[in-house]
Design a protein around this ligand. Structure first.
Ligand code: NAD
Ligand code: TDX
Length: 354
């Protein structure tokens, strides 16, 4: 059985990646390493927690000694690294936390793999191993020309503490490939949405506030543009790249689905009024324009042609369909949302894991 370490598997995207790997690959044993920060929620994985090929490991990637022991005790074939601080607004109020987890944590993980795989790295270029680093489109900076898209070759130009920390971690991953022959692959994905998204991010925050008839805070004039991808499509892209991507390469992942924030919020308002049986315009009346995010990137848009032509991956869902699925999930899983917003989600696993 191949042992695969997935970091950050209790988070939003990580939980979808863990579920996919556990269900699709019974011949893999999936180890989910997660520190269970505020963003980690094991309720996301209730449906797979008893699977024979799944093990949860509570641990922190900022702890190098712990990682060295873990790698010494378990012979991992591969790593899929998602653990990170992921919210731009938090990076503006506490940048150092992003350096510690996203930069130092990633280097710790690279070091642990390097030590454990040293014979393979020296002898065979470790073609039997893989270190997959999951990154973001935000490392490329912002776009102004509507005809421009981020390519794998676009120069890095991170503009928030979050994107600077992710860019730095990407550089370290490439440096380990060049210097130590670490077999790496990197993907840079656009904004994800879907079930289990923590309600500090735009789409789940708006869904939550519409349900509760609370104000919908739109930053600035709502003119910033994001390129949205359904989270299960991202998990499928990661699966594709993990199995068929070329070592040393980078793949952009995106939905080719750009939305101005205000247009997206208006669409969500319409869907929610309809689903909740409210008068049209009820949710829209909650929109409140608030002070803009500092250094707010104007537009992100990914060109994912390489992933399509070389590995055959394409998004499977239209945005309206994905958004409706997402809204339905939140309406059917109000207990999940209540547990997260009340902080009760921590109690479930604190009893089990401390
Ligand atoms: P998330 O915040 O929902 O989850 C992060 C997970 O990492 C949580 O379970 C948390 O407990 C864990 N974690 C945090 N610090 C840790 C540490 N020190 N040690 C171990 N575990 C730790 O994040 P997400 O939105 O699922 O993003 C996952 C990855 O994908 C991140 O690397 C992010 O940069 C990247 N990404 C996210 C998006 C997006 O739209 N959300 C888009 C592109 C790339
Ligand atoms: O209350 C809000 N009001 C608002 O107008 C929030 C939370 C956000 N916004 C705007 C800011 C952005 O233009 O909505 C857009 C999306 O914001 P977020 O959901 O915070 O995402 P973003 O900053 O684009 O970053 C996300 O995508 C790339 C993820 O959080 C990152 O982890 C990922 O790398």
């Amino acid at each position: 059985m191949k042992k695969i370490l997935i970091t950050g598997g209790a988070g939003f995207i990580g939980s979808h990646v863990v579920r996919r790997f556990v269900n699709q690959y019974p011949d893999y044993h999936i180890y989910n390493l997660d520190a269970l920060t505020y963003a980690g929620n094991l309720e996301n994985l209730r449906d797979v927690e008893d699977a024979a090929n799944y093990t949860f490991v509570k641990g922190d990637i900022t702890d190098a000694v712990f990682l060295d022991e873990l790698f010494a005790n378990t012979d991992f074939y591969g790593v899929v690294h998602l653990a990170a601080e992921s919210h731009v607004d938090r990076s503006i109020s506490d940048p150092l936390a992003f350096v510690v987890t996203n930069v130092i944590g990633t280097v710790n993980l690279l070091n642990a793999a390097r030590k454990a795989w040293k014979d393979d790295l020296a002898n065979r270029g470790a073609t039997n191993r893989l270190f997959y680093h999951v990154s973001t489109d935000e490392v490329y900076g912002e776009l102004h020309d509507p005809n421009e898209f981020f390519l794998e070759t676009t120069s890095y130009d991170p503009r928030s503490p979050y994107s600077a920390s992710k860019a730095s971690s990407d550089h370290f991953v490439r440096a380990y490939h060049n210097t130590y022959k670490m077999p790496v692959v990197i993907s840079n994905c656009s904004n994800n949405y879907g079930p289990n998204h923590f309600p500090e991010k735009l789409i789940p925050l708006m869904i939550h506030n519409i349900m509760q008839k609370k104000p919908l805070p739109v930053y600035g004039k709502g003119e910033n543009v994001r390129d949205w991808l359904y989270v299960e499509d991202h998990a499928r892209a990661i699966d594709t790249i993990f199995h068929r991507g070329k070592v040393g390469e980078t793949y952009n992942i995106g939905g080719h689905n750009e939305w101005k924030n205000l247009d997206l919020v208006l669409l969500l308002c319409k869907i929610m009024d309809d689903k909740l049986g409210r008068e049209p315009g009820t949710a829209e009346s909650l929109i409140t324009y608030v002070t803009d995010r500092a250094g707010h990137d104007l537009r992100y848009a990914i060109d994912a042609t390489r992933l399509k032509t070389e590995l055959g991956w394409e998004p499977s869902l239209q945005f309206e369909e994905g958004l409706e699925k997402t809204v339905d999930w939140y309406l059917e899983n109000q207990a999940w949302l209540d547990n997260v917003t009340s902080g009760n989600y921590k109690k479930y696993y604190e009893e089990m894991y401390g």
